[in-house]
Write a protein that binds this ligand. Structure first.
Ligand SMILES: Nc1ncnc2c1ncn2[C@@H]1O[C@H](COP(=O)(O)OP(=O)(O)O)[C@@H](O)[C@H]1O
Ligand SMILES: [Mg+2]
Length: 250
């Protein structure tokens, strides 16, 4: 397994948000986490990306124990999270946004004297990240002027700038139009198939999850209630009963 949690738990006071979750993510797969609101999906993400520490349990990545590591340290070894609203600087251009992420990966900052060679390298790499997400011709556009769907793609480009091996997306399709959703879905497939990345996503669009994912883990009340390929999950009795009226809408 590329990423493996064992007995991962986290409570908020008396509420057990993530309860003894053992989950393995295979390399170069798209692995979705499904579950009703409040199931603990985002908290699970927060635990494996270092945003909050677990109460108990372990996280290992490529065989290494990374439990309790900070998001920055995890990013350095390839675990990157996208779709955090805060990752885009709205007043900067798309190219500047990605360049900043590259500079932070390289440990460059604005206080050191700029070398034009470094600047050119950074900019060229930023342009390649934009091209990878279909924003090759949007580099000079100020982020806040990008259409909603393009801003999501920019978020992915910023993530790619950190050289991820494992990319985690919390509700990448939320609030998007049908057409934009397909664009992001295509991008997620491209991340796996053309860039060799591993993708973990939380998503409410069950149709999209079923068509995109190699593996689905279903959570309810902080626990894993089912795991398997989409076809098995679709048939699963525990999954059906976790959702009202046996449908997947949540
Ligand atoms: N920082 C927090 N403080 C207190 N309770 C929280 C906090 N974060 C999440 N919770 C609670 O933990 C449970 C799981 O939440 P969450 O992980 O956001 O679920 P999901 O993403 O599946 O909707 C919910 O009951 C939520 O209210
Ligand atoms: Mg959530």
């Amino acid at each position: 397994m590329m990423l493996q949690t064992k007995g991962l738990s986290r409570n908020f006071g008396g509420l057990q948000a993530v309860d003894n979750v053992t989950m393995g993510i295979r390399e170069k797969t798209i692995h979705a986490i499904l579950g009703p609101n409040g199931a603990g999906k985002t908290t699970f993400f927060n635990l494996i990306t270092g945003a909050i520490p677990p109460a108990s349990g372990t996280v290992s990545y490529l065989g290494k124990d990374v439990t309790g590591w900070s998001p920055e340290r995890l990013a350095n070894i390839g675990i990157v999270r996208t779709f955090q609203r805060t990752s885009i600087f709205t007043k900067l251009t798309a190219l500047e946004n990605v360049s900043l992420a590259i500079r932070s990966r390289k440990g460059l900052n604005f206080s050191i004297r700029r070398s034009s060679v470094i600047e050119r390298d950074v900019e060229e790499e930023a342009q390649r990240c934009l091209e990878a997400v279909g924003l090759g011709n949007k580099g000079r556009v100020v982020a806040e002027n990008l259409a909603h769907g393009f801003q999501r793609s920019l978020d992915v480009a910023i993530g790619l700038a950190l050289h991820p091996k494992l990319i985690l997306m919390d509700e990448p399709l939320a609030g998007m139009s049908r057409g934009d959703r397909q664009g992001i879905a295509d991008l997620i497939l491209k991340l796996r198939d053309e860039m060799g990345l591993t993708v973990v996503l939380v998503e409410h669009d069950v149709g999209m999850v079923m068509s995109l994912s190699d593996t689905i883990t279903v959570m309810q009340y902080g626990k894993v209630i089912a795991e398997g390929p989409p076809d098995a999950i679709r048939q699963d009795a525990a999954v059906k009963s976790a959702y009202l009226h046996g449908s997947f809408a949540s």
